[in-house]
Write a protein that binds this ligand. Structure first.
Ligand code: DIG
Ligand code: MN
Ligand code: MN
Length: 388
């Protein structure tokens, strides 16, 4: 049995809004008292987290005076100093206040769009002051219930204009900060713009400073769209755009459940952890999740510990998968290549095209070839079940 104790080098983080979730849902009132940001920092230190993330208003109320803001930030910084907890990521709450009921950057009202930019600049200043290096944009209200209300094309242009302005703001201020877009297909809007990793990657390419902007994919959000999260982050990684990640769990086709990491789709969680560890992902392992509504704060701590323990257990399972002789023999067999067609790698040439057109293939034999995927997947399942 290995040691599954979280350590700073694991880079486990939680948002203030996650372990601070009071259990309110559309059909029920809060079930837990609200902890202060300082209390949350101490709880995260107690369970062994490395960092804490925040929306601006998780820390500073939207109507705080500058003096109140400074006092709150001072006390928060003291809690960070007392515990050693760091702030790797920050973001803006552009979804809770009624002013954003029809969006922030994509609102039809230019006053709301302008206010959203102002609020985000101030929140960026706060995030940088606290040491954040990644800034997330989750456009929770950027969407529609009826497409009679606004042009999807115009909304994309407004979103781009806002991000271009904010990228320029970061550059103008010399901030060491990169942006990470967080896609989600719906909820709280009926349809949210930039719904998936794929659509966000396409959007990033249209920005003035695409090098500053990447992705913060969330497990639950791709699952809500019925998509394979591993495939999504592999594409983001391939594009050099996996700047951050929101880990949790989620059944397909449900509202955003934000379950404890690994608590629902364990095999998908295994392949996700394997990918991150195999690739040497160096970013935060951020758990954007919350405890069941049934829990008290001891249950919330069990939730937080469970997220980190499951990640570490799956990390060990991934290492064992990579070292398992029977599994690796099958992987070798599946990827056998005698080099006959290696001339095709390295790009096109007329000679290569002519040579390939002259090749002959035993199509029936290739079609009959048996692939040992049942055996390989069974070995994977048995490894996860702890019998190998
Ligand atoms: C929800 O999945 C979103 C917001 O909580 C926040 O903007 C972002 C940061 O992880 N995730
Ligand atoms: Mn979510
Ligand atoms: Mn998230």
């Amino acid at each position: 049995m290995s040691d599954y104790t979280p350590k700073p080098e694991h880079k486990f983080t939680f948002g203030l809004w996650t372990v601070g979730n009071v259990g309110r849902d559309p059909f029920g009132e809060a079930v837990r008292h609200r902890m202060s940001p300082v209390e949350i920092v101490h709880m995260l230190a107690e369970v062994g987290a490395w960092g804490v993330n925040l929306h601006d208003n998780d820390l500073v109320p939207i109507d705080a005076t500058p003096a109140e803001r400074d006092q709150i930030v001072r006390e928060f910084k003291q809690a960070l100093a007392d515990t050693g907890i760091v702030v790797p990521m920050a973001t803006t709450n552009l979804f809770y206040d009624p002013i954003f009921k029809d969006g922030a950057f994509t609102s039809n009202d230019p006053r709301v769009r302008a206010y959203a930019l102002q609020k985000t600049m101030r929140a960026i200043d706060l995030g940088v002051e606290l040491g954040a290096k990644v800034y997330v944009f989750w456009g929770g209200r950027e969407g529609t219930e009826t497409d009679a209300s606004k042009s999807a094309l115009e909304s994309g242009k407004r979103f781009r204009e806002a991000l271009n302005f904010l990228c320029a703001y970061v550059k103008d201020n010399g901030y060491d900060l990169k942006f990470a877009i967080e896609p989600k297909p719906n909820e709280p809007r009926s349809d949210i713009y930039l719904p998936t990793v794929g659509s966000a990657l396409g959007f990033i390419a249209t920005l003035d400073h695409p090098e500053m902007v990447g992705l913060n994919p969330e497990v639950a959000h791709e699952h809500m769209a019925g998509l394979n999260f591993l495939h999504a982050i592999a594409q983001a990684w391939d594009a050099g755009k996996l700047f951050h990640i929101d880990l949790n769990d989620q059944l397909f086709g449900r509202y955003d459940q934000d379950f404890r990491f690994g608590s629902v789709m364990l095999k998908q969680a295994f392949f996700l952890v394997k990918f991150l560890e195999d690739m040497g992902y160096e970013g935060s392992r951020h758990f954007d999740a919350h405890a069941y509504r049934t829990e008290d704060y001891e249950g919330v701590k069990a939730f937080a510990r469970g997220c980190m323990r499951t990640y570490l257990i799956l990390k060990e399972k991934a290492a064992r998968w990579n070292a398992d002789p029977e599994i690796q023999a099958l992987v070798q067999q599946i990827n056998a290549d005698d080099g006959t067609y290696s001339y095709l790698s390295g790009g096109y040439s007329k000679d290569k095209a002519e040579r390939l057109k002259a090749e002959s293939f035993d199509v029936p034999a290739l079609g009959k070839r048996g692939l040992p995927y049942e055996q390989l997947d069974q070995l994977t399942v048995e490894l996860l079940l702890g019998v190998r």
